[in-house]
Structure formats: structure tokens, C-alpha cells
Design a binder for this molecule. Sequence first.
Ligand code: PEP
Ligand code: MG
Length: 570
Amino acid sequence: MSTIIKGIAASSGIAIAKSYRMQEPDLTVTKKSIADHDSEINRFTSAIATAKEELEKIKAKTNEELGEDKAAIFAAHLLVLSDPELINPVQDKIKSDSVNAEFALQEVANMFIQMFESMENEYMKERAADIRDVTKRVISHLLGVSIPDPSMITEEVIIVAEDLTPSDTAQLNRKYVKGFTTNIGGRTSHSAIMARSMEIPAIVGAKTVTTDIENGVIVIVDGLDGDVIVNPTDEQIAQYQQKKRDYDAQRAVWAKLVNEKTISSDDHHVELAANIGTPEDVEGVLKNGGEGVGLYRTEFLYMGRDQLPTEEEQYIAYKTVLEKMAGKPVVVRTLDIGGDKELPYLDLPKEMNPFLGFRAIRLCLEEQDIFRSQLRALLRASIYGNLKIMFPMIATLDEFRQAKAILFEEKDKLVSEGQSVSDQIEIGIMVEIPSTAVLADQFAKEVDFFSIGTNDLIQYTMAADRMNETVAYLYQPYHPAILRLVSMVIEAAHKEGKWAGMCGEMAGDPIAIPLLLGLGLDEFSMSATSILPARSQIKKLSKSKTESYKDKILSMSTTEEVVALVKENF
Ligand code: PEP
Ligand code: MG
């Protein structure tokens, strides 16, 4: 019997494949008394051997697909497994206490984990995480259960998980992972955003997928309508295969616009740019006809690893993007860590409200070594293309002034060291905190541009967590309160002769596009795959007609009225 689970369509397209559950198995260990010490020690050594074999395979595969850097973590795990300081005490404990291997291992490992965690040294703290991971792996073998490991998938699957972190998502192998679905999350969670740039169909916020979908059953992910079909009938499979063919045909029509400019029916040009997370994403930007990069989320360079990237590594990444974009504008956002994007190795204290906490520019102004190294890398790369630098989460003018002053200090240092730095770099801010939107007229005097980050601006204006599907009803991009803020920001920019863009997901939304065109937005930055449909839509719209509705829309009182007006007229 097939069932349909409703979720939030996070990345378009249709995928049909077997489910792969990414759920941690129950690794609870119980203490047992053991009479035959030798055979228990043999059981322990053979679990270690299997774990080592597994880690060697994962290390080789990671090395091949993601580079040595990412594989280093598994090399560290292998070292832990060969360390007599861990192995010998476990064997001693099995003998002296007559206990089972998993219990002895857990006791010894916990002692080391506590010891390393209480040390001040960052490097030592990271060792605690290594021991925890390795212990889990060995215990899973002793208990005879398997830990899901997406890097080792070798057939086409749809991942089913409670949640995926952005770094889990970054590690998904596009060749085999055809789609994913999660219990939690919203359209603007970063795993959803990444699914769009990786062009993997995804449904998030589907609440019950981990309880309703068993491992290995056939699942359809309909990323167009937000449906997950479990155990589909032959008829349903045929129906969705047809839907996929229709969608592919539609994409082929859009693809014809790849080399065109984005010009409305009454000759008004707007720029359609793309949001990227890694230098590899540039390929998708060019393939989809992006006129620039409107948001490079640099934090992904800092994730999925166990230490900060060096200035040199960053320089290479920024230079690569600028060169590949060949003179087209590239807006690079400085580190925006926090919220749903964590960096475990920074070991920041847990916060009650991470989206309102010590993050992004707040952290960079405090941890200036991290910030300065990024700015230097950016400044050095600036001569390779058309770089614009933007600061995230600016709430006050003072934060912007401080960030800009640090940027100029680093620029002066580089110049005095004899390095070339472009003097054409525009410096702007994300407008994603209501205080900044309200005070946009003051900011506009000092910045070169604005990029409106509606993903956060909406959550802060409506006080509705963007990750929380239970308050998703309040997450309303077309609410007149949001539209008024957006309009204020655009008007403030234009008054000072500056440009205003938008890099929140709203910029690529077909209902929002006529509204934003009418409000005068200059640059729309979106997931690369949304560019061609947006271009096709804008070419059919008249800018002056969209503008003629501006006052009426801004004086409306509900989302429903706005949506009805758009549907009726555009
Ligand atoms: C935003 O907040 O709109 C934005 C583009 O940034 P992020 O999604 O990375 O928070
Ligand atoms: Mg944001």
C-alpha cells in the first residue's frame, strides 16, 4: 500500500529510488559478566580490525572524492584505533573486571573523552571528538548493528533523515544520492538551500518520514509539489516518470535563455545572479546563465573540516571563483557562522537562541584573527575579477564602520607589503535585521550597495524561526510588513545613487518576482537553478505595469490580498 507524506518542497525535480535511512542505531551498552576472557578479547580485537578496514575504505574514498584535507579526519580515527593507550586498558578491564568488551570500551573511552574535553588546548579537545566517533564505530560492530555512512553508498538512493546539517549535505555524493527528505527544516534551512545548488530534489519539514519510511523501500520525492510517496504502485511510478519528463522538457525550453540578458517586456534590465557555497558551484551558475554571483556564502569553506582554513586556502578559493566568473560581479559575504551553521572546532558555547546569538559579524569583530585572515585573502584575490565584499548580520552602523575600518587596515598592510589590491572593490551589507532595514536611509550614505537577506529578515520581522516547520505559517515573504521593509531599503539605496539586490530565497520566487520588479529591485540573486525560469518570467512582465501596483500593494494588510493581486494581474 502506498502512502503520501506532505512536506515542504525545498528543491525542485522528481526522484525515484530506494530509501536510505540516516538514523543512528541504538548503541546502548549493557554491562554483562564474562567468564571466557580470551574469547571476549578476541571479539574486541576483531571489532577493532573491522572498524579499521571500514575506516581505510572511507578514507580512500574521501581522499579521492573530496581531497586529502577532508580525509585527514579518518586518518586521525585510524590512529586512535591503533593506540595502545586506549586498547590495552580495555583488554585489562575485560580481564580484571570480567566484563563484556563493549562495556569495558565505553568505560575507558569515557574516561579519555572527559580528560580531553576538560583541557584548554583546542587540539586536545578535538581528540575527544575523535575518540567518541571511533568508539561508536567499534561498539556498533560489537553489537552487530550498522552505522549509516552516506559516503559509502554505491547505488542510487533517497536519503531519509530526521535532519541533515549543512556539512552532512555537502558530503552527499551527487552520483548516488538522488534526493532527500527530512522530518524537520524549512525552505530556507541551509540544507534546503544546498540541495537546490546541488540540483538534488528535496522535501524538508515532512515531520514523520523517519517513522513512516523503512530502509530500502521505493520512495518518490516530488520536489515540485512537496510530496513524498512511499511504496508507490506501478501506476504511480509511471505517473511520476511522466511528470519528470514534463519537467525536463520545461527545463529544456528555459535553457534556450542561457545567453540572454534579463530584460522586461518594456526594456528594463535587471541582473539575475546566483547564490553559491563553493567554487565548484560556479559551474552551475554559468550553465544556468547567471549574470554574476550575488552571494558567495564563504562559511562552507570553514565547514566539514576540523580546523580553520588558512589564508592561502581561502585566497585560492576566492581567486578561483573570480577567475571563473571572468569579470562578472562576485559578491563575497564574509564569514556568517552561527544559526544552523556550526563550526564544532571553534568550540563556541551552546546558546539558547543561536539565530539571535554570537554569530556572523558579531563573532568576526570579536575574533579578529579569523576575520582579518579572510579579509586579507579576499583583498589579495581582488585583482582577479570584479569583487564586491559584503558583511552579514549588520544591526548597527557602528558594526559596519568597524568592519570597514578593519578591511581598510588590512588593505593598507597588504599595500605596504608590496601586494596588489584592486581599488574598485565595492563594500556593502546584508540587510537581514529589521533595525538595518528601518534605518536604511542612514546606511545608504555609507555603503556601496545593499543585499536584502529575506531568509533572516522574514524570521526576525515575524519572529518565526526559519527552521521550525510548526511556525512555517508565519514565514510569509509576501506579507505587506516585509514588502514595506524591502521597499524602504530599495528607495533608500536609490536616493543615494546606490544599488539594491536581494539574495534571500524570495528573489527567485515566482510570486515575489513581479512584486520585487515593481518595487525597483536592481539585482535578484537566487539558487542557480531558479535563474532561467525567473528570466523567462521577467521577459514577459512589464516593469511599468508592476510599478503601477506598488502603492496599492504597500497599503494592503494581509499576505492573501497580495497573493490574490499577483495571481490576478501577472
Ligand atoms: C538571508 O538571510 O536571506 C541570506 C541570504 O543569508 P543566509 O540564508 O545564509 O542566512
Ligand atoms: Mg542570513
